[in-house]
Ligand binder design. Structure first.
Ligand code: NAD
Length: 352
């Protein structure tokens, strides 16, 4: 197993160190090499995605990423900002399918801001298209009109084949779960997503066992808060998925609990927590490393086809929660508050 380890910025190095600790504790035959990305890439090589980092990532079977970004880079030219490194690596590795499970551990039901009966037992998989849509569509930019006024332009576009391949990922995952797919669009207003809906309907004929439903994105945002347990697999485009998956994260108590996988057509993947680099808490050893540790479980499951060890990690995370260990973001009265590193130790120990 060749893994490129890209800690990135902010809390990235702290949380990735815990995930690496857990991987070592499994005593697998792994080759891990570390490289900078984001602000760390800019600092070391003047590029948020240095050539050497991209080469390492391309040669690896999987990439483990922390997070990128810091407010101190906000004034850099756009192409030098940390987030560009992330967008570029996703594009370069052709990682078009982003999987974000939102699963609520019963032990954390009281950490959610929603009533526990609304979220208890929640288990949603959000499948987000990652390399198309308004984030990449051309033309884009800010220009000055003839009257001197500035105008900003972004373009929402999806080709049929792009929609089909992400749809297939969602239907395949649904087949292994509760066989329900909800496709989220804005087909009443946007032609791009009118096509999205048509292609999803066409594709569904290949999956007669899966029940396909459709929802407008504004309603989906509301339903996620009103009755989130109605969903099994949600599939949507890049921008809607970006927003809905963050919303879903709060159902589970903290964004610090949510792993993610971004896959190419051959299940090579980049695995990272759903949250950002949290510069406000960086370097304090208080970040929650569980999303990153759970991302490693996804790596074993989706890229290395190692369900046994994936489940082992998920059980170890559950064991840490059952023991009452909580980082500050998920702490409630009566639990033991632990730091980032101690949480990593507890999970690594619980593996055995
Ligand atoms: P963020 O996700 O970094 O933080 C949002 C809030 O959640 C903060 O209060 C933070 O302290 C908290 N938080 C996040 N992860 C946590 C964890 N593991 N444990 C405990 N608390 C946690 O989002 P933001 O503040 O909007 O952005 C900060 C930086 O991260 C920006 O530079 C942004 O561009 C970048 N960012 C990067 C990614 C990524 O690398 N994938 C994603 C989103 C944002």
């Amino acid at each position: 197993m060749k893994i490129a380890v890209l800690p990135g910025d902010g809390i990235g190095p702290e949380i990735v160190a815990q995930a690496v600790k857990v991987l070592w504790a499994l005593r697998l035959n792994i080759d891990m090499t570390e490289a900078p990305i984001g602000g760390a890439g800019y600092e070391s090589a003047g590029d948020p995605l240095p050539d050497a980092t991209l080469k390492l990532a391309k040669e690896a079977d999987a990439v483990l990423l922390g997070a990128v970004g810091d407010w101190k880079y906000d004034k850099l030219e756009r192409h030098l900002r940390p987030e560009r490194g992330l967008l570029r690596i996703r594009k370069e590795l052709n990682l078009f399918a982003n999987l974000r499970p939102a699963l609520l551990y019963p032990e954390l039901a009281s950490a959610s801001t929603l009533k526990s009966e609304v979220v208890s037992g929640l288990d949603i998989m959000i499948v987000r298209e990652l390399t198309g849509d308004i984030y990449f569509g051309q033309p884009r930019g800010i220009s000055t009109l003839e009257n001197g006024e500035r105008e900003g332009i972004n373009t929402m576009r999806y080709s049929e084949s792009e929609i089909k391949r992400i749809g297939r990922v969602a239907f395949d995952i649904a087949m292994k779960r509760n066989k329900r797919v909800c496709s989220v669009d804005k087909a009443n207003v946007l032609e791009t997503t009118e096509l999205w809906r048509q292609v999803m309907i066409e594709l569904s004929s290949e999956y007669p066992e899966v029940e396909l439903s459709h929802m407008y994105v504004d309603n989906a945002a509301m339903q996620l808060i009103r009755a989130p347990k109605q969903f099994d697999v949600m599939v949507t485009g890049n921008i809607f998925g970006d927003i809905l998956s963050d919303e879903a994260s709060m159902l589970t108590g903290s964004i610090g609990m949510l792993p993610s996988a971004s896959l190419d057509a051959n299940n090579k993947g980049m695995y990272e927590p759903s949250h950002g680099s949290a510069p406000d808490i960086a370097g304090k050893d208080i970040a929650n490393p569980l999303a990153t540790i759970l991302s490693v479980a996804m790596m074993l499951r989706y890229t290395f086809n190692d369900e046994t060890n994936a489940v082992k990690i998920e059980h170890a995370v559950k064991a840490a929660l059952v023991l009452g260990c909580r980082t500050a973001d998920i702490w409630t009265e009566g639990c033991k508050k632990v730091g980032c590193s101690e949480m990593g130790d507890v999970v690594a120990k619980a593996l055995n």
